[in-house]
Design a protein around this ligand. Structure first.
Ligand code: MN
Length: 332
């Protein structure tokens, strides 16, 4: 067994009150990895207390979702071990109201991001397709047949992997990923087309912020960027979900799809903090390693998909700050 696996196993065995957390705005990989880990711990260590806290419900039904504990703020409790899944830093998981990052409990990380994970008592990150694949690999290797992949777990496994590999399109898809997928589908084949269709639908109030984002697209060489200003949000009464969905849409389906454009970024305001902006970078493979830019701004992520926070008084200033860092790094 790998050294990292042994370390995590020891930590789990030694502690009795385990809290699982994932990144803010959890995606299906975060939800599925967290739920599989919770089911695994409940099965193998039935005497331990295990909870999985997030701030949101999944946007679609997934197995065991009723076991997620919804918490607006995540504070220090009586847990003695915290396991972060699909995240490698406190910053990815906490807001300014949380206190959990001050914990005296042991902290373990099960992640798959390229960006360096923070110092922790145990880190399991083999750069897999998804945190879901990493969690499943750990469970299978450590517990073998004692850990039964039920229909429910097979469902979560497929959803997490499909979501984070972009339906097996990304480079992070390895032969092992397909092998695991084959195994999961023999147990229970999820209707993936239907799941994907439902999870791609967006609420109607996405349309107005999407229109603003598209109007604000600027093109610089082979890069495109866009932003939305606080005034636009306030004067149009744009909802948080509408804005988030529009940002995701323009980030994932517009920016890199304009002919001649291969990469870019999208600026979004944090509604809770008037001087904070989130910058999301995306690039077509082989064009621009956006993780470097995000890291220079204090963020991180994957080689071609990364994000960071920035302090600025308005969207324009935030954009200018990003452009400055880009010109230093890319030299344009
Ligand atoms: Mn992930």
């Amino acid at each position: 067994m790998k050294k990292e696996y042994k370390e995590l196993k020891k930590l789990i065995e030694k502690n009795n009150n385990i809290l699982i957390l994932t990144h803010k705005g959890p995606d299906f990989d975060g939800f599925c990895a967290g739920l599989i880990l919770k089911k695994y711990l409940n099965t193998i260590y039935p005497k331990k207390t295990v909870s999985f806290k997030t701030r949101h419900h999944p946007t679609q039904k997934i197995s065991f979702m009723h076991e997620i504990e919804i918490a607006q703020t995540i504070n220090v409790g009586d847990e003695d071990l915290i396991i972060l899944v699909d995240a490698g830093t406190w910053d990815m998981c906490t807001t300014k109201d949380d206190t959990i990052q001050l914990t005296k409990a042991k902290v373990a990380i099960v992640d798959h991001h390229d960006t360096k994970n923070m110092q922790a008592d145990s880190v399991v990150n083999e750069n897999m397709s998804s945190a879901t694949e990493q969690v499943l690999k750990y469970c299978k290797e450590v517990s073998g047949k004692k850990f039964e992949i039920t229909k429910g777990i097979a469902f979560l496994g497929q959803v997490g992997i499909v979501y984070d590999t972009g339906r097996f399109l990304y480079d992070n898809t390895k032969p092992e990923t397909y092998e695991l997928m084959a195994q999961l589908r023999r147990i229970y084949p999820v209707d993936l087309e239907n799941f994907e269709y439902k999870s791609t639908k967006f609420p109607m109030d996405t349309l107005l912020p999407l229109k603003i984002y598209i109007q604000n697209i600027h093109i610089q060489g082979d890069m495109a960027y866009t932003y939305i200003n606080r005034e636009d949000i306030e004067s149009n009464g744009i909802s948080k979900t509408g804005m988030n969905n529009a940002q995701e849409f323009v980030r994932d389906k517009v920016i890199r799809y304009i002919q001649g454009i291969h990469w870019g970024f999208v600026v979004k305001p944090y509604l809770e903090n008037s001087n904070e902006w989130r910058i999301s970078f995306r690039s077509t493979k082989g064009y621009q390693e956006v993780a470097k830019i995000a890291e220079a701004l204090g963020g991180g992520g994957h080689q071609y998909a990364a994000a960071s926070k920035i302090q600025a008084t308005n969207g324009d200033e935030a954009t200018q700050k990003v452009l400055q860092v880009i010109s230093q790094i890319v030299g344009e």
